[in-house]
Design a binder for this molecule. Structure first.
Ligand SMILES: Cc1cc2nc3c(=O)[nH]c(=O)nc-3n(C[C@H](O)[C@H](O)[C@H](O)COP(=O)(O)O)c2cc1C
Ligand code: SF4
Length: 321
């Protein structure tokens, strides 16, 4: 028996468009078979020493086009302009396995920080669009790429969202304050309001007071832009896809001189109050999986932040001699 999340993913996976848009130029094909070896969908096969389209499904992942040494493959379902970057140059060359400097990569990964102090400097639209185009280089379940990116490009737009979300938490705190209400919900097996009261009520109350008394933006930390990463219906793993794109954006932000911070409080508010999406012109049928505050950082670190010890285990099935 499937749980509801699994069933939804299953149905979504069936809805994904897998029409074949691949074509092979048989004049150019040298019959090396590389396109067939990397294809995840059995779309291609070899006939008379030439690759041919024989399958009726394709993920349109473009692996065949990217691997072909003869330029014989076209996958027409792919946007050939993407990813297109406006604020920096990037080579079209694929970096072979092991050919990138791991120390530099890990240095970037370790240096990224959740930034909670921003200058008032405006982030240019090109940079925000570039971040989205870095985001979409992430993997996605069944290559569905159902992600959406709602950009709030300036402080005023960020504050439209902030005010709406503060209103949500003001109402939630009002409900959570009532012992009678919390107890009544608990009696019918719903203890989430009580959990919220124990864990968040006080700090949220303090945050709302700081905003009301001093105009302090406790939600977006004064960020001058934000990206809401969501999904259209129909993806097989929409939240995973959105979060992978999100991590790309966080890393690229750091490399581009921007600070970033995930704002989980906003995601939670949107989950419970669809009018927030409406106020930002986000269609009702889209889900929001992450909200990234962005801006030029007004903070600097001396070193990396250390981590807790992770749980690591090996499962080793090799028989002892
Ligand atoms: C899902 C998620 C939600 C988060 N929500 C918030 C938030 O609402 N406000 C905030 O200031 N930081 C938020 N953070 C940032 C975390 O507090 C931060 O990642 C953590 O303390 C580690 O610090 P680092 O990101 O600098 O490594 C969130 C992080 C994640 C992964
Ligand atoms: S990778 Fe290119 S050259 Fe090789 S078989 Fe496929 S289409 Fe032909």
């Amino acid at each position: 028996m499937y749980g509801s999340a699994q069933a939804t993913a299953q149905i979504n996976a069936m809805m994904i468009n897998r029409n074949v848009t691949t074509s092979i130029d048989s004049e150019k094909c040298i019959g090396c078979g590389l396109c067939i070896s990397v294809c995840p969908s059995e779309t291609l096969s070899m006939k008379n020493n030439k690759a041919v389209v024989t399958g009726n499904r394709s993920l349109s992942c473009g692996h065949c086009e990217a691997v072909c040494p003869a330029g014989a493959v076209r996958v027409n379902g792919i946007d050939t302009n993407n990813p297109f970057f406006q604020s920096f140059m990037v080579s079209d060359q694929w970096i072979p396995f092991g050919d990138f400097n791991i120390s530099e990569l890990v240095g970037l990964i370790r240096s990224r920080r959740s930034c909670r102090n921003y200058t008032r400097e405006h982030v240019k639209h090109e940079l925000l669009e570039d971040l989205v185009n870095v985001g979409i280089c992430a993997p996605s379940g069944t290559n569905s790429q159902k992600w959406t990116f709602t950009i709030l490009p300036d402080r005023d737009s960020v504050m439209v969202a902030a005010k709406k979300i503060l209103e949500f938490f003001r109402n939630l705190n009002r409900m959570a304050e009532s012992l009678f209400f919390r107890k009544a919900l608990k009696l019918i097996g719903k203890n989430s309001l009580d959990v919220y009261y124990q864990g968040y009520y006080k700090s949220v109350k303090k945050g709302i007071e700081q905003y009301e008394k001093y105009g302090k933006d406790v939600l977006f930390h004064g960020a001058t832009a934000a990206i809401f990463v969501g999904s259209k219906p129909g993806g097989s793993c929409p939240s995973e896809d959105a979060l992978l794109a999100t991590q790309n954006i966080l890393l690229a932000s750091h490399a581009m001189g921007l600070g970033s911070c995930l704002i989980g409080f906003v995601v939670e508010a949107i989950r419970h109050d669809s009018s927030i999406k409406q106020s930002l012109n986000i269609p009702r049928d889209e889900s929001i999986h992450s909200v990234i505050a962005l801006g030029y950082p007004d903070e600097k670190y001396q070193t990396f932040c250390k981590r807790k010890k992770p749980v690591i285990r090996f499962f080793n099935n090799r028989k002892k001699e």
